[in-house]
Design a protein around this ligand. Structure first.
Ligand code: CU
Ligand code: CU
Length: 342
């Protein structure tokens, strides 16, 4: 008797799993987006290579499979662009833009920049949640994908060998109901010498959409200690309620991680991020693209159902000393300790 119950359960599990698979099944194909056998000749080089997506139909990217190892590529970023930063097959594309106002011709994108995937330190493949995809090509704002690779060391290229690291894109042509998007929270500003500084940003979502955050990524250069991102909802009595979306030491591998709370963000809610930076330098450190500069970035990846992703791709403030959560945006109930400790 016990045995037959077990085998019935086993049978039902198989049937159920097959039904699940069936209902989500769509043909997933692969596209290789790889560097065209490049040979970096100087250390700390950032190279970009683009692909133009067929604008006669929509494609939905559902997964990213890295083809790289950490002894060659320090990190890779995949940008969605409306127009790329260059017409070349490969170009030197510096660091990422330090703010939305500072795009230069050699950036990965000239128009419509958004990061849709990041890889570092032998991170595994990233599959988006079931039924979620980035819509690209067709009438979407993403007409090009640009792969950026940071080559830190070049010793292995001294013998003339070349590199074709990159990403295998998993995509489907079957229209998906849940579309992925990314919003980048960040700051400008300056860090005082020998000082612990909070770099803060917050903005109100003014689009009538419900977004479901599912992954986040943090980015600073060497002074970052903690980066935390929150949803902030203001109650009727004016009290702010803070829900943690993600928090980590930004010097751990800078890839996308699952959010810490599965909540939705809607019209009137705020998104906020803080980078806690610690400088033991005797000089000022400013936000900028090089290793001598700093950055405070929190990327939030989300999906929307039967809707297009947010128009808004960036939430930037001036940062310290000009901007702070409480003095500039009147936020209250700030989780001071939690936001700045791991
Ligand atoms: Cu890197
Ligand atoms: Cu940076």
């Amino acid at each position: 008797m016990g045995k037959s119950v077990v085998s019935l359960l086993f049978y039902l599990t198989i049937v159920f799993t097959n039904i699940l698979r069936q209902s989500y099944s769509y043909k997933v194909e692969k596209y290789s987006l790889l560097m065209p056998n490049v040979r970096p000749s100087v250390p700390e080089l950032y190279l970009c290579t683009p692909i133009k997506i067929d604008s006669s139909k929509n494609f939905y990217i559902v997964g990213f499979e890295p083809n790289a190892t950490m002894d060659t590529a320090h990190h890779m970023l995949l940008y969605g662009c409306t127009t790329p930063g260059s017409k070349e097959a490969v170009w030197n594309c510096g660091e990422m833009v330090s703010s939305v106002y500072e795009m230069k011709a050699s950036s990965p994108c000239r128009v419509g920049s958004q990061v849709i995937y990041a890889w570092a330190r032998d991170a595994p493949k990233l599959d988006l949640p079931e039924g979620v995809g980035f819509r690209v090509g067709g009438d979407s704002p993403i007409q090009y994908l640009v792969l950026q690779i940071h080559y830190a060391h070049i010793d292995k290229f001294k013998d003339g060998s070349t590199d074709n690291s990159g990403i295998f894109l998993h995509y489907t042509e079957r229209p998906l109901d849940k579309l992925a998007g990314v919003i980048l929270l960040g700051t400008g500003g300056s860090i005082q010498p020998m000082h612990k500084e909070h770099m803060e940003t917050s903005c109100v979502i003014r689009e009538n959409k419900v977004i479901h955050p599912f992954a986040y990524r943090t980015h600073t250069h060497s002074l970052g200690k903690v980066v935390a991102g929150y949803k902030v909802s203001r109650m009727d009595d004016g009290t702010d309620v803070w829900t943690l979306l993600g928090k980590r030491d930004p010097l751990t591998p800078q890839m996308f991680y699952p959010v810490m709370n599965n909540i939705t963000v809607g019209y009137g809610d705020m998104l906020a991020a803080r980078c806690t930076m610690e400088s033991n330098r005797e000089r000022w450190t400013h936000v900028g693209p090089t290793n001598n500069d700093e950055m405070c970035n929190f990327y939030l990846m989300y999906w929307v159902e039967k809707d297009s992703p947010l128009e808004r791709k960036y939430c930037f403030t001036l940062g310290p000393p000009k901007f702070s959560w409480s003095a500039s945006n009147g936020l209250n109930n700030i989780p001071e300790i939690e936001a700045s400790s791991l």
